[in-house]
Design a protein around this ligand. Structure first.
Ligand code: ZN
Length: 454
């Protein structure tokens, strides 16, 4: 039987910059190429677009693919599970190291990569930053990568549209890559996860499950996106805000959330305004693929100058609009912190409502930035409403369900350091797995050859 080796490259000793290589005999597949932006933001001199991969690796911002020097196999494909930056953000920097490997993903993910890896030069001429072929792959279809490896993307739910588990079918069984996901039985956009397919994988035999461990320690089942939608509705309609300005901040990549906010703005008789470059980027791909249904009067401003123009025009009729932008972590330079600092011709006034439709990622930098942001907003008299959010990551009960569906022989938790990986191993122990025998904690740069079946 063909021998299989799991090679964690990034995201096993840290958060973000996810990348795993799976060697199947003399061939290999790379799963995800993510970035951790906090490492770049530490220094104002850093400009991501201009930075060399080696410098980004030194910063710990992108995966260090030099650990694959001794791989002894040809990389035949790069597969990206979903379009979050911690899974896709390093493609423009690293995919070129494997020029013959096509990049596979769902249509939304591939369009996003296309956008990230195309540069517009003077005169509108396009330049590709990577030589790799991009292959839009529908979920449920099986693609022959080589004679010995077949790829399938299985539809799941997460906080971005068209998320999938890449599954590698090999002679030694299936390798399932479950990062990231939640089991949402009432998603706002798209279908429920493909439970039937996940369960049938167990019949084929799942040799290894590589799985995110973000919320593995949370003793619950992650609530559906519908819950966040209901909270938003309650917050928007439930308070005396007829004459107030309303600002909602959320993730620009969270298409379902943006859909809900825009719909409610419309129901309130207000025009939704999507403000900022990333809002424009993520929503326009979703619109191209008919994944989002925005009210016809929606206005989208991609550039700072366009945002300035719209806000100047509407400042007097503030009660006719809902402003939607990024900056919920207080990131300097993003929309909400700039608005709070008075950088736009739209001043936050007494009783204006600022709704945070996001959690605070508990990084000391975010905590400090959020403090500054909230203080500035409060000083201007804004009413702050937090908590209109549910996580996009599976909790303990979801993971238990996944293990029961797939019955994998070996488990490799990723996404976070040893603390989070251990929480996953702990829950797996309850399902009959044993540390170092069938549940493995790996660090970036390790190599693990799959043993026999458990
Ligand atoms: Zn994600």
């Amino acid at each position: 039987m063909v021998d299989i080796e799991i090679r964690p490259v990034g995201g096993y000793s840290d958060f973000g910059r996810n990348m795993t290589c799976v060697r199947v005999g003399r061939e290999a597949v790379i799963l995800d190429m993510g970035i951790r932006l906090d490492r770049i933001l530490l220094d104002e001199e850093n400009v991501l677009d201009e930075m060399h991969p080696a410098d980004l690796q030194k910063l710990g911002a992108i995966p260090d693919d030099t650990v694959l020097k001794d791989l002894g196999a040809k990389v035949v494909a790069i597969v990206i599970g979903h379009a979050h930056l911690d899974h896709v953000g390093a493609v423009s920097k690293l995919a070129g190291h494997f020029p013959d490997a096509p990049i596979y993903g769902t249509p939304y993910t591939i369009r996003f990569i296309e956008n990230q890896t195309t540069e517009f030069q003077k005169g509108g001429k396009k330049r590709r930053l990577i030589p790799n072929r991009l292959v839009e792959t529908e979920t449920g279809r099986i693609v022959n990568l080589t004679k010995g490896i077949r790829l399938e993307l299985v539809h799941v739910t997460h906080s971005i549209v068209q998320s999938a588990f890449p599954v590698l079918h090999t002679d030694a069984g299936a390798i399932v890559y479950a990062a990231d996901y939640k089991f949402d039985n009432a998603p706002v956009i798209g279908k429920r996860p493909d439970y039937r397919r996940l369960s049938s994988l167990a019949n084929e035999g799942v040799a290894a499950l590589i799985v995110e461990s973000t919320n593995a320690g949370k003793e619950t089942k992650t609530p559906s996106e519908t819950i966040a939608r209901d909270m938003l509705k309650d917050f928007l309609f439930g308070v005396e805000n007829d004459r107030a300005g309303i600002v909602v901040t959320t993730f620009s990549s969270h298409i379902a959330r943006l859909q809900s906010i825009c719909e409610f703005a419309d129901e309130m008789g207000r025009t939704p305004l999507l403000l900022g470059r990333s809002m424009d980027k993520y929503t326009s791909i979703a619109r191209d693929l008919n994944l989002i249904d925005l009210p016809s009067n929606v206005e989208i401003a991609g550039h700072s100058r366009a945002t300035q123009g719209i806000l100047k025009r509407i400042a007097k009729d503030r009660d006719q609009y809902v402003l939607i932008g990024t900056g919920h972590q207080g990131e300097p330079g993003s929309f909400l912190p700039r608005l709070a600092s008075g950088e736009f011709p739209f001043e936050i006034q007494k009783h204006d409502e600022v709704i945070f439709s996001a959690n605070t990622i508990p990084h000391p930098q975010n905590v400090a930035n959020r403090y500054v942001l909230e203080t500035k907003l409060k000083m201007r008299g804004a009413r702050i409403i937090k908590g209109a959010h549910v996580s996009g990551h599976a909790s303990k009960v979801d993971h238990q369900e996944l293990l029961r569906m797939l019955e994998p022989s070996h488990i490799f938790p990723m996404h976070g350091g040893i603390d989070l990986q251990s929480e996953f191993v702990e829950l797996a122990t309850g399902e009959g797995y044993r540390l170092n025998e069938s549940a493995h904690i790996l660090r970036n740069g390790d190599r693990h050859r799959l043993g026999g079946r458990v």
